[in-house]
Design a binder for this molecule. Sequence first.
Ligand code: C5P
Length: 234
Amino acid sequence: SAAKPLSTKKVVITAGGTLEPLDPVRYLGNRSSGKQGIALANSARDAGAEVVLIAAHLEVQLPEGVEIIRVETALELQAATEHAIESADVLIMAAAVADFRPDHTEQSKIKKRDDTADPVITLVRNPDILAGVVNHRNAVGGSQLIVGFAAETGDEHGDVLDYAKAKLERKGCDLLVVNQVGQGPQGGERTFGQDSNQVLILDRDGSEPLKAEGSKQAVADAVIERIVNKIAAR
Ligand code: C5P
């Protein structure tokens, strides 16, 4: 129906920031509130979808009426995502995945001692989960619609749109939602944890980028609407 355009669809959404443990009490993390991902889950649910939310570290409450899978690390998020996408129609990768993790996790708390050298942390690269699921989908001829997120700034070598188009090509996803960092209503301030956003929705089919701005819920609604339209046009 018009009010529930996703009523027969399963939508998987990743949200929040991954935590990469150093020892039983410490981790490396990133600043991600998870607000945008939660807003997407609410919007997809309200559009009638069966929603699976793969939630890393969040600073906001979990939504009602969706299936929740808690994860902590990028590798856990990868395993959960690869499993969930098998039976899904749509995957939205809104999680802030740590690019690196400590090369190992100490089994006991790293001690502060005066008689030994200060510890050195060696980092290894985490897999690019989004690029991986796109490759797998393409290899097996899957039909899932895959949506990525990116935060971009322009610089002397190119504007936000140039960087965003290059990233869309690199990742191979169908839609890329580009957060224009520092260009929100709070102009110039960091956007982490804020309630509003300004985004461009880029489509790999080359159609004109769509602008959406306002609250994270308004942005989420615009993203879900674009997804609904794309599915309808298939
Ligand atoms: O490369 P960048 O981090 O800007 O790309 C952002 C997009 O890629 C987001 O959708 C994010 O969830 C996803 N990503 C990922 N695995 C990573 C890093 C980012 O899936 N290791």
